[in-house]
Design a protein around this ligand. Structure first.
Ligand code: GLA
Length: 384
């Protein structure tokens, strides 16, 4: 749905003229399961957005129609309850804003999204950030980028009950055209790094599966990392998170750790080093090395962090066998969802055809494949 269509759909449904805000989904190029370990990540914003049209109401109710779900929900601003429903992201954002003393009027909202849901492309962060901007537009308050990202994360942690890190909300706010974003999740300092689109493309392949264990395993991984930190603090009292360790230091203590915890820590510590190496490689234009680092990232997520699955491994294996594919890995939390692939520009058509056909032959599932252009973060969407 384009901006003028959304505007008209809103006018037809609610009889008033809205403002429209949108925020993108994301794909993470490298740096997986590092954000909640105070580490480094390197995502880019997708050219797929969640858009929220908004106008105020005179009561303290929020009425939301999702054009994608074809469903309407109403909830009160006073004590909204969690329902286990997509509207929780919006209610969570509203309640977090009010907790920060932003007094909201009621609102009519209309949503539309082309970020696929449940595919590891952060449709939830896109919804949180676009609805936060929509609510804020009804007040005199503003939030700086970092606070906006934190607000979205708190809505998800405290209202929805998913203990995610900051990466998804941060890139939804700060994404930039033609750039990926190198973020230090401890200081929240970031740098935009240009992606050389004349030489390569980022291709996202959706396995079309989502295994249910994702959320509980996510929280288990977080606990295992904390256990590792706890142990290593006995040796180095200044260690606050896995981010504070090098692989060299880790080699001195790894034998003392429980074997599962050891693997989890090894992934996070090595992944942080891979992100730093990736940034250096990209800056000197070495796409081949960057691709190799993406490959190692996948192998580490599969073997040490154990968050991959058969379909992701199959999709990655197929991709790596196609000439012109420089690197392939799972992206996002894991247990299904998408892979991210770095593909030489000349080889992209062949790549999409081959991955589509071979994956379908092996699984019977037709994968969605997106050639993705790094895009702009959250903004007001004007119809001109
Ligand atoms: C999910 C979370 C992020 C991050 C990734 C794994 O997408 O929302 O915060 O932890 O998993 O890198």
């Amino acid at each position: 749905m384009m901006c003028p269509e959304l505007l008209q759909a809103f006018q037809r449904r609610f009889g008033s003229t809205p403002r429209i805000f949108r925020a993108p989904g994301r794909v993470n190029l490298i740096g997986e399961h590092t954000d909640y370990n105070d580490g480094y990540v390197f995502p880019m914003a997708l050219d797929r957005y969640t858009a929220v049209a908004v106008a105020p109401r005179s009561d303290r109710m929020v009425r939301v129609y999702s054009a994608s779900m074809e469903e309407e929900i109403t909830f009160p601003l006073d004590n909204p309850r969690r329902r286990g429903h997509w509207s929780d992201y919006i209610a969570g954002v509203a309640s977090q804003l009010e907790m920060r003393k932003v007094r909201l009027p009621g609102a009519d909202l209309l949503l539309f999204s082309d970020v696929p849901v449940g595919s590891g492309l952060s449709s939830s962060a896109a919804l949180e950030i676009s609805s936060a901007l929509a609510f804020l537009s009804l007040t005199d308050d503003q939030l700086a980028g970092e606070e906006l990202a934190r607000l979205g994360q708190s809505a998800e942690n405290q209202f929805v009950g998913m203990n995610c890190g900051i990466m998804d909300q941060f890139i939804a706010v700060h994404g930039a055209r033609d750039h990926a974003l190198f973020l230090d999740c401890r200081s929240l300092e970031f740098q935009l790094v240009p992606l050389p689109s004349d030489h390569c493309r980022v291709v996202v392949c959706n396995t079309m599966v989502k295994h249910e264990l994702g959320a509980s395993e996510y929280n288990t991984r977080r606990r295992e990392c904390e256990e590792g930190v706890h142990h290593m603090q006995k040796q180095w009292s200044t260690v606050k998170a896995l981010r504070d360790l090098t692989l060299e230091q880790f080699a001195h203590v790894e034998e003392e750790l429980d074997p599962t915890v050891r693997k989890r820590c090894r992934h996070v510590i090595s992944e942080n080093e891979r992100v730093l190496d990736s940034i250096r490689s990209l800056r000197r234009g070495d796409l081949h090395h960057f691709g190799e680092l993406m490959n190692s990232s996948h192998d580490s997520l599969r073997d040490d962090y154990q968050v991959s699955c058969e379909e992701l491994d199959l999709m990655v294996g197929i991709a790596r066998g196609i000439p012109g594919c420089l690197g392939a890995r799972m992206t996002g939390g894991g247990f299904g969802g998408c892979t991210v692939n770095l593909v030489e520009t000349d080889a992209v058509d062949l790549f999409c055809r081959e991955v589509g056909a071979l994956y379908r032959n092996r699984t019977g599932l037709a994968p969605a494949i997106y050639i993705s252009v790094p895009s702009q973060g959250a903004h007001e969407w004007n119809s001109q």
